[in-house]
Ligand binder design. Structure first.
Ligand code: ISE
Length: 334
């Protein structure tokens, strides 16, 4: 069976997903497209032979669509995801699931009423092989419990439209989810330190930031978020355990040595760095849809990340350590 996918809001991320579904992955085909910009929808649909729909409601309800991929902007996610749940169709929604924790609660309530998990959140780092190897060692207990994690999330630049809260909601959200998954526990408090800003930023941005999180067991997680570091897209993670450490190694699998020295090429962006992780994530989702199962991060993960983000955004304003208070986890997500 080929899973017939409808895409809502194909910007850069959506087009990258379409390319992987059509050229690299098995079992899926994009048959339907909608976008607030009808010209973009037509441009994307034409080479695929896909149908253009006037809006997300028409696309989600279309008989020819089995599953939905939501790659529109964060504020629009909730409405499309709720419509997919109402139509009984699996939906993979790019992060953030929704911009507020309250919106994520509404999504969880709709899923609970429907009685099954329809929603997968696009936290692709869970599918990165290096993070996976770190998780295996943590889970094995060989090196004892994780105590401190040092993360670095560096982007070469961001556009002027990038707002101060996006350092948390759009960038640190990846570490927030990855840390919850790696350590298998919830984050309980967040503080945000503000080093002297780089000169290479837009004046409205405080860049870099250091997000400091505490977990249920008392581990401390540091996340340097530096979105105008110029030299490239650089993601680091070192987990310090009781009798050893595990860290992501350099981003490329080969090192170049020549008269200039030894180099491991730095990637430019998340699509390049996490290409294989995105492929794995989408492939697993397509297979799960085919079998009527759920794969990847759930709406609960989207919710928990949103609550930490809300606390992080507040911590930027207050300069205080802000508590993270989650609702009780609904049994659907246990
Ligand atoms: C972007 O939306 C991403 O998801 C990237 O992984 C992240 O590095 C970047 O900061 C975000 O803006």
């Amino acid at each position: 069976m080929t899973v017939r996918i409808g895409i809502v809001g194909p910007g850069g991320m959506g087009r990258a997903h379409i390319a992987r579904i059509e050229n690299e992955l098995a079992g899926g085909h994009v048959v339907a497209v909608t976008d607030i910009d009808p010209e973009n929808a037509a441009r994307v649909a034409e080479p695929l032979g896909a149908t253009v729909y006037a809006d997300d409601t028409a696309l989600i309800e279309a008989e020819e669509v089995d599953a939905i991929l939501v790659t529109s902007f964060g504020l629009a996610h909730e409405a499309s995801v709720l419509k997919a749940i109402a139509a009984g169709k699996p939906v993979l929604c790019e992060k953030p699931l929704a911009p507020t924790a309250d919106a994520c609660v509404r999504i969880m309530e709709a899923e609970q009423a429907a009685g099954r998990k329809y929603v997968t959140v696009g936290f692709m780092r869970r599918f990165d092989r290096s993070y996976g190897e770190i998780k295996e060692v943590i889970d094995s207990g060989e090196l004892g419990a994780p105590i401190i994690v040092h993360n670095r999330h560096r982007n070469p630049t961001v556009p002027e439209s990038y707002t101060a809260d996006m350092a948390i909601n759009d960038t640190a959200i990846h570490e927030i989810d990855t840390m919850r998954w790696l350590l298998g526990e919830e984050i309980t408090a967040v503080r945000v330190d503000k080093p002297k800003p780089t000169a290479n930023r837009f004046p409205h941005l405080q860049d870099p930031l250091v997000v400091v999180m505490e977990t249920e067991s008392g581990a401390i997680l540091y996340d340097e978020v530096f979105v105008n570091i110029q030299y490239g897209y650089d993601i680091r993670c070192e987990v310090v355990m009781e009798s050893g450490t595990m860290a992501l190694s350099d981003q490329n699998l080969t090192d170049r040595r020549d008269s200039e020295g030894a180099r491991n090429k730095i990637t430019r962006d998340h699509n390049e760095r996490f290409h294989l992780a995105f492929n794995q994530e989408l492939q697993q989702w397509i297979k799960a849809v085919e079998k009527g199962e759920h794969a990847g991060s759930s709406a609960w993960d989207g919710y928990a990340a949103a609550v930490v983000c809300d606390a992080g955004v507040k911590a930027i304003e207050t300069g205080q350590t802000e508590p993270v208070v989650l609702i009780e986890k609904p049994t659907l997500y246990n």
